[in-house]
Design a protein around this ligand. Structure first.
Ligand SMILES: Cc1cc2nc3c(=O)[nH]c(=O)nc-3n(C[C@H](O)[C@H](O)[C@H](O)COP(=O)(O)OP(=O)(O)OC[C@H]3O[C@@H](n4cnc5c(N)ncnc54)[C@H](O)[C@@H]3O)c2cc1C
Length: 287
């Protein structure tokens, strides 16, 4: 199914993000996670794509494997490490395999100085969206940044570029993680003011580990609100208590979004089920 239709037709849309298991031995644990999360009947699942190039085939294989198991799949595709020919080949494989949805991304700029960006690579996601829409019939989503993308000169400028992605044909937006809903609500307002009318799906990262949260927020530039920071700092050496308090924080964050009328939740599962299960149970999102 096409995610753009799902977003139009269903009252509430729940989705999960997965990444290709890194080691061969992780495959079993991955499929166990899928089994454990299946009960929530996600409206779609998304599969990340390694911008650096190492996990391309795994991403495609995983997207197809999930599709073949009956999930509606959004395959992420990052353009920065691919030539146009490679982009086309990848899209052809996904299309042939029955995938109907792509999350069109640029990918992070490679930090490895020896990495050579292909000469004709799409340097911005809007160019990838434009290419996909010109040559294929995929439903296309893009990334959005409630606090502004880390390289963007301002949130307002970043929204202009988001609008460009939508103008080129993007039909939905999934956001970067955020821990302060005010950023998300402001983002919705800025998007509306900019004339962005497609659904904007909040990306939710369950808080389960101090190091993980600090690392992720450093990478993407998201803010850890003062209250959350002091909470996780006080429990830094008590991982079980931190997990409990972190999950409670995420439950409240989701509750506030739902209470404000948000109809979509996209969970960054990190290929684990326990935290997402607890959060969804607390929210009463059984279907
Ligand atoms: C939901 C979600 C899923 C993700 N999945 C993956 C994944 O699977 N694999 C992965 O490697 N990464 C993933 N990322 C991370 C993403 O690749 C990075 O954030 C990347 O740095 C930017 O990608 P983008 O598609 O948003 O790029 P773009 O939209 O191209 O934006 C990149 C930067 O360029 C600026 N910009 C955009 N257009 C223009 C223009 N016309 N002129 C000048 N500046 C411009 C933007 O403001 C921004 O600062 C994901 C992010 C999100 C939010």
């Amino acid at each position: 199914m096409r995610v753009c239709d799902i977003l139009k037709e269903r009252d509430f849309v729940l989705s999960f993000e997965f990444f290709p298991p890194k080691k061969k031995g992780d495959d079993r644990a991955f499929w166990d996670t899928i089994e454990e999360l299946k009960r929530w009947k996600p409206d779609f699942v998304s599969v990340t794509y390694g911008a650096g190039g190492s996990t391309h085939d795994k991403s495609i294989d995983l997207a197809l494997a999930l599709h073949n198991r009956g999930f509606c799949v959004v395959a992420h595709l990052t353009s920065i490490s691919l030539s146009r020919k490679q982009v086309k080949e990848t899209l052809d494989v996904l299309k042939k395999g029955g995938i109907e949805n792509i999350l069109a991304l640029r990918g992070d700029m490679p930090q490895d100085e020896s990495f050579v960006i292909p000469e004709d690579a799409f340097r911005y996601a809007y160019q990838l969206v434009e290419f996909i829409k010109a040559h294929y019939d995929f439903c296309v989503g893009v990334a959005g940044y409630p606090e502004g993308h880390i390289e963007a000169p301002s949130r307002e400028k970043d929204i202009e570029y988001l609008k460009l992605k939508v103008d080129k044909g993007a039909e939905f937006v999934i956001t970067q993680l955020f821990f302060d809903n005010r950023f998300f609500f402001e983002f919705l307002e800025l998007a509306e003011r900019a004339g962005i009318k497609v659904p904007i799906i909040p990306g939710i990262m369950p808080i389960t580990s101090y190091n993980q949260i600090v690392r992720f927020t450093k990478l993407c530039g998201a803010t850890i609100p003062e209250k959350l920071l002091s909470l996780i700092e006080s429990l830094k050496d008590k991982p079980d208590e931190l997990k409990k308090a972190g999950i409670e924080y995420t439950i409240n964050q989701c509750r506030q979004l739902i209470d404000a009328g948000v109809r979509y939740l996209h969970f960054y599962t990190l290929n684990k089920s326990p935290a997402t299960n607890i959060i969804l149970e607390a929210l009463g999102l059984e279907r």
